[in-house]
Write a protein that binds this ligand. Structure first.
Ligand code: PBG
Ligand code: ZN
Length: 334
């Protein structure tokens, strides 16, 4: 190559030398409207307990959730994603999950009344409500009853939609769950309810703090190990994991998701290239807590780590960021 367009005339550092130039050309951190805050609702009154493995995140009873969400709404965050627990005895099918007066359903009603503009999403799964902690009922031999699971998940989604949820988000990774939920919603005139599929959800070591928060760890029972490897996607098989998202689109999902986010940036990009639907990335509990743990040991600066990892999701093509950092948006990004 000849001419001036080479070193020493060409110097790329010129474009990033000052803060003003960097701000001019850098991608921006997504505005808070493009963030969703996942949080935890428990039965009772006056409860706000910090989750030991997720500093800065709490379990709330409905009355305490309202002021917490108000603080999040004030920062401009566009949506919340609710996870629940119930004081009903856990059973094989997780029936507490479709109690119309469960904590999630009550929280949805209160939130929609208090913050009509807020988009309220609900996680649709059974693992916090089954006595074995798996995401679908088990047969007597310990095997997973996938299709019975889909029927239960459809009941949960209907119950959330009836309470006023704007978005239902099935996370159980059962085959056919999206179709079952979409059909149930359509048959019950919930044609405006959005369905966000946890479509490419991996079996990940990064869910540990969440399971602590939700008391939803899978148990070993005869015929079923204490893990979700037989239903969540295998990180060694990206083609199978990508097909999960393709199928969920065909089954009627409105939004696709990759989860976790930071360990799976390639999958965010791959899903994005396969669809015209919006793609969400779930920056999960372990990804949140590991940055805090690093910073607490003095091995990194928390704000820098949060900002750098957030831009990674954006570069990969994420449309909606589901992240515990949403509740700390001002602290991290302003
Ligand atoms: C339940 C569910 C899990 C998460 C979201 N929904 C845990 C799991 O699959 O065991 C993980 C969220 C997080 O780690 O932040 N199906
Ligand atoms: Zn589950």
């Amino acid at each position: 190559m000849s001419g001036l367009n080479a070193f020493p005339d060409l110097r790329l550092r010129r474009l990033r030398r000052t803060a003003g130039l960097r701000a001019m050309f850098d991608l921006e951190v997504p505005s808070p409207a493009k963030w969703c805050w996942p949080t935890f609702v428990v039965p009772g009154l006056g409860i706000k307990e910090e989750i030991a493995s997720m500093p800065g995140q709490y379990r709330y009873s409905v009355d305490q959730l309202l002021p917490a969400v108000e603080a999040v709404v004030k920062q401009g965050i566009g949506s919340v994603l609710l996870f629940g627990q119930h004081d009903h005895a856990k059973d094989n099918g997780g029936s507490g999950a479709w109690d119309d007066h469960g904590p999630v359903q009550e929280a949805v009603r209160h939130l929609k009344r208090a913050f009509p503009e807020l988009t309220v999403m609900t996680d649709v799964c059974l693992c916090a409500y089954t006595h074995h902690g798996h995401c679908a009922p088990l047969r007597p031999d310990g095997s997973l009853d996938n299709d019975a699971g889909c029927e239960c998940l459809a009941k949960v989604a209907l119950s959330h939609a009836a309470a006023g949820a704007d978005v239902v988000a099935p996370s159980a990774m059962m085959d056919g769950q999206v179709a079952a939920i979409r059909t149930a919603l359509s048959e019950n005139q919930f044609d405006d309810t959005l369905l966000m599929a946890y479509s490419t959800k991996f079996c990940s070591g990064c869910y540990g703090p969440f399971r602590d928060a939700e008391q939803s760890a899978p148990q070993a029972v005869p015929g079923m190990p204490a893990d979700r490897k037989g239903y969540q996607a295998s990180y060694g098989n990206p083609r199978n994991a990508l097909m999960e998202s393709i199928l969920d689109e065909q089954e009627g999902a409105d939004i696709l998701m990759v989860k976790p986010a930071l360990f799976y940036l390639d999958m965010i990009r791959a899903v994005k290239e396969q669809t015209l639907l919006p793609v969400a990335a779930y920056n999960v509990s372990g990804e949140y807590s590991m940055l805090i743990a690093t910073a607490e040991r003095g091995w990194g600066d928390l704000r820098e780590l949060v900002r750098e990892s957030t831009l990674a999701m954006t570069r990969a093509g994420t449309d909606l960021i589901i992240s515990y950092w949403a509740s700390r948006y001002n602290e991290m990004f302003r």
